[in-house]
Design a protein around this ligand. Structure first.
Ligand code: NAD
Length: 489
């Protein structure tokens, strides 16, 4: 049986506990291998290794650090298909989406390698004569990365690559559901020749290793992606310890369909957003806010197209919707569907757990949903979408903004005035015009407002702000004491 080990100080090693937990393929319930269940001593070793590696790495010129990232990008390219298949086997998304996810990591590697020659600061005039003023970025030190199972390589790449190029060491705790993809990514770091101790992988549960990372005095920064429940807990504790946290959490994303929209295009966007990755994306389309005038026409098309989706093992190239992650997820999704029915929403299609060995839920569409219903407010994280009728763009925007999350939104309209009004007034971190709620590109900031995040962004140039501190440097070459704000006034 495959054993997914820790990688600490450049060595693949067993956890100090000697314990492992099974890893299951959600498409068929079969055990794929077992993952290390680490404890505090493993984390301590990783922190010591990271500390020592970072003390050297921070002095390596950033363009030289970037050369390792170029190698990482090349190796990811070579291994794209293999990693995609591993990813599908352990988390279930269909193979095309898995390939797209690995591509995201490749793009991120090359993009962040480019940052080796940027990492711009400012040089500004001083208010005093013969004095020079500038700001530079310096690494935080050790970045603790805690990631979810739904994007097991993309999210890890969004976090580890900017951390490394800016001079940090990394300790990564992936989700216990997806250790094989994590090991495949770390093997690439190893093969790229990164100095030992710079990237450390510590598998284990959130309640043991995740919490220990937040507590550990050697880790100055936690970059977390996952649920709001866990993110809030991390923020509270890390806040008390005065640690920096970057949090990317849940979503309750909506697509608005106006009465002038191209309905076939809108349905394409809704299907991809709602049922891609079986609805298990933070950017999943969970609500469709539709103009009353075209509601019936949209519903008819949506039901017809939903019925055509082939459900099954994501390794089958003809499958459109794979399994959800596990039995708990199936039950949670079904519970939400039952709640929706009790609240008076009308079930158009789906609403049931599918029989068989894997964890499959029928793509589900509710209509006549009102904005305050539980199914219109809470993140379901499954293939369930709710249609909410409205009478105007203004009402649609109010409904969109009425949830506690603020990750992504989309609008289908041919009216440029409406599109610009939506761009201005939708309160999410990402807005799409004539596209669904998913499809972020790596060179733009990724993240959300309100309950989705805490003001930081993954990916794009904004990611550098998470992993660096600003240092202001003043160079006085006047040869005398010059007092700012005093000697020049
Ligand atoms: P989760 O919060 O259960 O787990 C995420 C990670 O946190 C895992 O590695 C887990 O082991 C760890 N963890 C659990 N308890 C912990 C604790 N007490 N202390 C520290 N770490 C702990 O989330 P999940 O089920 O893996 O992922 C689904 C969630 O992630 C959804 O809410 C989804 O919207 C969100 N997500 C957000 C984004 C984004 O960028 N906004 C992207 C993907 C997923």
């Amino acid at each position: 049986m495959e054993k997914y080990l820790n990688y600490i100080d450049g060595e693949w090693c067993e956890p100090s506990t000697g314990k492992f937990a099974p890893v299951v393929n959600p498409a068929n319930g079969k055990t794929l291998g077992e993952v290390a269940q680490s404890a505090e001593p493993d984390l301590d070793r990783a922190v010591q290794a990271a500390k020592s590696a970072q003390s050297v790495w921070r002095l390596v010129p950033a363009p030289e650090r970037a050369n390792y990232l170029y190698k990482v990008g090349e190796l990811l390219k070579q291994r794209k298909e293999q990693i995609a298949r591993t990813l599908t086997s352990e988390m279930g998304k269909v193979i095309d989406e898995a390939r797209g996810e690995v591509q995201e990591a490749i793009d991120m590697a090359f993009y962040m390698a480019g940052e080796g020659r940027r990492q711009f600061g400012d040089t500004v005039p001083s208010e005093l004569q013969n004095k020079f003023a500038m700001s530079i970025r310096v690494p935080v030190g050790i970045a603790g990365l805690i990631t979810p199972w739904n994007f097991p390589i993309a999210i890890a790449s969004w976090k580890s690559l900017p951390a490394l190029v800016t001079g940090n060491a990394v300790i990564w705790k992936p989700a216990t559901e997806t250790p094989a993809t994590a090991c495949a990514f770390v093997k690439i770091y190893e093969e790229a020749g990164l100095p030992k101790g710079l990237v450390n992988l510590v598998h284990g549960s959130g309640s043991v290793i995740g919490e220990a990372m937040v507590e550990h005095p050697g880790i100055g920064l936690i970059s977390f992606t996952g649920s709001n429940e866990v993110g809030r807990k991390i923020n509270e504790r890390a806040g008390g310890l005065l640690k920096r946290t970057s949090l990317e959490m849940g979503g309750k994303n909506a697509v608005i369909v106006m009465d002038d929209a191209d309905l076939d295009l809108a349905v394409d966007g809704i299907l991809w957003g709602a049922f891609g990755t079986s609805g298990q994306r933070c950017t999943a389309t969970s609500r469709v806010i539709v103009h009353k005038k075209i509601k019936d026409a949209l519903e008819e098309k949506l039901i017809r197209r939903t019925a055509e989706l082939k459900i099954g093992d994501g390794l089958d190239e003809t499958v459109a919707v794979g399994p959800v992650i596990n039995t708990e997820a199936l039950n949670r999704i079904h519970q939400y569907v039952e709640t929706g029915k009790k609240e008076g929403a009308r079930l158009l299609t789906g609403g049931r757990i599918l029989p068989g060995k894997g964890y499959y839920y029928a793509p589900t569409v509710f209509t006549d949903v009102s904005p305050e219903m539980v199914i219109a407010q809470e993140e379901i994280f499954g293939p369930v979408v709710s249609i909410i009728p409205v009478a105007s763009l203004e009402e649609a925007i109010v409904v969109n903004n009425s949830v506690t999350f603020g990750l992504s939104s989309g609008i289908f309209t041919k009216d440029v005035n409406k599109a610009f009004q939506a761009m201005r007034d939708l309160d999410t971190g990402i807005v799409y015009i004539n596209a669904g709620t998913t499809g972020a590109e790596i060179h733009l900031p990724f993240g959300g407002t309100k309950g989705t995040g805490n003001g930081h962004r993954d990916s794009g140039p904004a990611a550098l702000d998470v992993y660096t501190e600003w240092k202001a440097v003043y160079v006085d070459f006047s040869g005398k004491l010059q007092r700012a704000q005093i000697d020049n006034n």
